[in-house]
Structures are given as structure tokens and as C-alpha cells.
Design a protein around this ligand. Structure first.
Ligand SMILES: *Cc1c(COP(=O)(O)O)cnc(C)c1O
Length: 454
């Protein structure tokens, strides 16, 4: 057993390509459909929203996609990120398992999101785009894209879900520091926003509504494109730098993971860590357990339906087949704002259907309990979203203890919680409760799924 704690990869070994799992799938995922024609969408349908290079990545089946050198140059500000052996957490748990975490909180915005924000801003700048519109829930994605935009001279407009706009002023301050304009959603700037406000002037907003507003701005302005921080194939692709680095670092540690754990909102940090390992398996390598952890209050993988659905509330997006709670579903209030999306990435959903990944759902208080134990042993205060992965890894380590197995557990510590300390304050004051979603609302949202001919 190595006593070493931190495994740093030399800059010269930072991956030069992203890994595209589409190249290794035994069955291709179902096509994305145009809601008017129910025919597969083509590049022309997506051209108003994304630059062509990103559209090509979205549908690419090439195994390796080169990372542009100017993007790698920016990545060197914080990449390769560290892989850490959690010796103290192992000891606190009394587990024979070896626990490793890949720490993505070292990025300027404090999470994995800049891994895709920087290339997305770069590809847009290369295509001559000067403005990007996007949405943000917890503020992580908005600050990552604001950072990317600042580097490549792109004006970024962020529709921030109203509750988080009011409750997380420091995330907004960070976005504005990077030069972005931040608008509380629903807003009066779009038809989608005005329609929601007409029904309820005090609507707290949702990710689905904010996406509608940003998509509408991009679709109706020639000089503006849209950017999404999760769910889409090209976003998951950009995150695979995480898993590829982890693979090299685990080699340095002389270990090989038996279980890989990640939290899932839209699925991008989970995919980024796990897809390179799943790819090895699909090419004849060893089988590992891959575990997705989602919030019990917004459980798309464990309770959603695998069906075609819209990505947004106003139904401006194409239809994608995914595990979904229904595009009108609004989860109850809980603190992991980044995990409140109604759907799961189509590619992650597809892998789940193929039996290549497992999923579990946890309540928020048990996740905060895990996060506090982690902080007290490893020092890092995880983001509330990341606490789900911490809890998943701890449960696997405790299973190893019960079964007397010295398995190797790897998880993605996808961000720090420094902007989420009010959630920790609430937890420590005993003011956090476990929220269940409304079964009736879920049934209604699922009943409203679009009907798609087989
Ligand atoms: C956005 C975010 C998530 C959820 O998004 P995924 O696409 O599922 O990764 C999870 N953790 C953090 C820290 C985030 O910022």
C-alpha cells in the first residue's frame, strides 16, 4: 500500500484529446428529434444555437477529438487537477477500502464546469460569435461561462433562476466580476419569461424556464448563440479530460478502481469521470461498477421515465430520449441547486438502459452529514452537489468494511462549497429537512410528455 497522498500529473502529460464514448457503444443512442416533424434533427436545425464545430462534436463517432492548443493553454491554469488518496477518511470509517478523489474544485470557478465553458467560449469565438446566452441554477455554470467569455472576448448574458439570484448574491458578484450580465429568471426580456410572469409575478423560476429564456434570446438574435453546461454530448465529451487524467494518476498510485462514483445533475461530471473507464470495458477491458448518485428530491435516473422529452419548460428545444421527470416538473427546494434538472443526459440515460451504470438516490441531510465528515478529515468543504458523490463513496467504503473487501473506490469531487456556506449553516443549525417531491405533480408532468411515434 502506498503511503503517498497526492498524485500530481506533470503538465506535459495532460490529455491532448477528449474521449468520445460514441465510438465504442454496442448500440447507438436514439436520435434527437425535431418536435414539429418528429424527424432526426440535422446540423441546420441546430445552427442558430451552436457553432458548427460543437454541432459536429455533438454527433461525432470519432473516438478521439483533439483539444485545441489555445484551450489546453488555459487549462494549464489549474490542470491537471490533483488526485488525492483519502487516507484520513478511510481511517475515520475504519474501512479496508482505498478511497481516491479527483478534485475539480481547483478551477477558477470552483468546479468542473470550466472544463467545457472554456472550449465552448473558444469555439464560439473562432466562429466569430461575440455574444452567448445561457442559464444558471446554482450559479456554477454561469460563473464558469462568464470566465470563459472573459478570456475570449465574448459578452455573456446569464439567466439565473430567481431563487438562486436572490439567495446567492456572491455567485452573481463572481459572474459580474468576470464581466457577465446577470438577469433573474423568469424575466421580462423574453416571451417565455413574460408568459410565466403573467401567470405568477412572484414565480421562483426553474432551470427549465431559464433555459427557455436563453434559447429564445439566441434563436432570435443573429449575433448570439446559446451555451449549455451539461446534458449534451459535446459537454460530456469535454469533461472526459477528468477521467483520462484520473486513469494516469491511478497508474502512478499503482491502483485500479473497482467502483467509480459521481453525482448526477445533468450527468456531465459523472460522465467525464466514468466514460473513459467504461470505454476501456467496451473495448474488452475489465468491468467496473459505475455508480451515479442523484438527489431523492429530483430523481430522474431512479424514478424518471425513459422517454422523449423537451429540454426546457417552454418547449423550444428538440426532443431527446432520456430519463425524465417531465419538463414541467419543479423539484421541491433543496440545497444542491446544480442537481435540480428534470432530465438526465441522453448518453448517460442510454448507458443506464444498456446496464453499464447503476444509480442511487439520497436525501440531502445524509449528504451534508457525509460532506461534514469529509471536511473534518480531508479539509475540503465540498459543494452540496458533490456531497452526493461523497456520500456514495462513503457507503461503498462501509460496504467494503462489512464484507471485509479492500476495493478501490474513485469519486469525482466536482466542486468546493465556498459559495454555499449558508447551506452548511442551515445544516448545522438543524434547519435542513429532507424534501420529497410531490407524487401528483410528478404524475402530471409525466402525463404531459410529448407523444412520439415509435
Ligand atoms: C453543475 C454542477 C453539478 C451538476 O451537473 P452535472 O452536469 O451533473 O455534473 C454537480 N456538481 C457541481 C459542483 C456543479 O457545479
Amino acid at each position: 500500500m502506498s503511503a503517498q497522498t497526492k498524485f500530481m500529473l506533470d503538465e506535459s502529460r495532460m490529455p491532448t484529446h477528449w474521449y468520445n464514448i460514441a465510438a465504442d457503444l454496442p448500440v447507438a443512442p436514439p436520435p434527437v428529434l425535431h418536435p414539429a416533424t418528429m424527424k432526426p434533427v440535422g446540423p441546420d436545425d441546430l445552427a442558430p444555437l451552436f457553432p458548427i464545430e460543437l454541432i459536429l462534436q455533438e454527433v461525432s463517432t470519432e473516438r478521439e477529438v483533439p483539444i485545441p492548443e489555445p484551450v489546453r493553454e488555459v487549462f494549464r491554469l489549474w490542470r491537471p487537477s490533483p488526485l488525492v488518496r483519502a487516507h484520513r477518511l478511510e481511517k475515520a470509517l475504519g474501512t479496508p477500502a482505498r478511497i481516491y478523489y479527483k478534485y475539480e474544485g481547483v478551477s477558477p470557478a470552483g468546479s468542473h464546469k470550466p472544463n467545457t465553458a472554456v472550449p465552448q467560449a473558444w469555439y464560439n469565438a473562432q466562429a466569430g460569435i461575440r455574444k452567448l446566452a445561457t442559464e444558471t441554477g446554482a450559479g456554477q455554470w454561469g460563473s464558469a461561462l462568464a470566465f470563459g467569455g472573459a478570456l475570449f472576448g465574448i459578452e455573456v448574458t446569464v439567466f439565473q433562476v430567481r431563487v438562486s439570484y436572490d439567495q446567492k448574491p456572491y455567485r452573481r458578484a463572481l459572474m459580474e466580476t468576470y464581466g457577465a450580465r446577470c438577469i433573474a429568471s423568469p424575466s421580462n426580456e423574453t416571451n417565455s419569461g413574460r408568459a410565466v410572469l403573467a401567470k405568477d409575478p412572484r414565480h421562483p423560476g426553474s432551470l427549465g424556464i431559464a433555459i427557455s429564456e436563453a434559447v429564445e434570446v439566441a434563436a432570435t438574435h443573429d449575433d448570439t448563440k446559446y451555451s449549455l453546461g451539461s446534458v449534451l454530448n459535446h459537454v460530456l465529451l469535454h469533461q472526459t479530460i477528468v477521467g483520462q487524467e484520473a486513469m494516469l494518476q491511478l497508474e502512478m498510485a499503482g491502483d485500479d478502481p473497482d467502483v467509480i462514483v459521481g453525482c448526477t445533475g445533468g450527468g456531465s461530471n459523472f460522465a467525464g469521470m466514468s466514460f473513459p473507464f467504461i470505454g476501456q470495458q467496451l473495448r474488452g477491458g475489465r468491468k467496473r461498477r459505475i455508480v451515479a448518485i442523484e438527489p431523492a428530491a429530483c430523481p430522474s435516473l431512479t424514478r424518471g421515465k425513459y422517454a422523449y422529452d423537451f429540454g426546457d419548460t417552454a418547449h423550444l428545444t428538440p426532443l431527446a430520449k432520456m430519463h425524465t421527470l417531465g419538463s414541467t416538473f419543479t423539484p421541491p427546494g433543496f440545497h444542491a441547486g446544480g442537481l435540480r434538472y428534470h432530465g438526465m443526459a441522453p448518453m448517460v440515460s442510454h448507458l443506464s438502459e444498456l446496464g453499464l451504470i447503476e444509480a442511487r438516490a439520497y436525501q440531502q441531510t445524509q449528504c451534508f452529514e457525509a460532506g461534514v465528515l469529509f471536511a473534518r478529515n480531508e479539509g475540503i468543504v465540498p459543494a452540496p452537489e458533490a456531497n452526493h458523490a461523497v456520500k456514495g463513496a462513503i457507503d461503498e467504503a462501509l460496504r467494503c468494511k462489512r464484507e471485509g473487501r479492500s476495493e478501490v473506490i474513485l469519486f469525482n469531487l466536482c466542486g468546493h462549497g465556498h459559495f454555499d456556506m449558508s447551506a452548511y449553516t442551515n445544516y448545522m443549525a438543524g434547519n435542513l429537512s429532507d424534501q420529497s417531491y410531490d407524487e401528483e405533480e410528478l404524475a402530471m408532468a409525466l402525463a404531459g410528455l410529448p407523444s412520439v411515434p415509435a
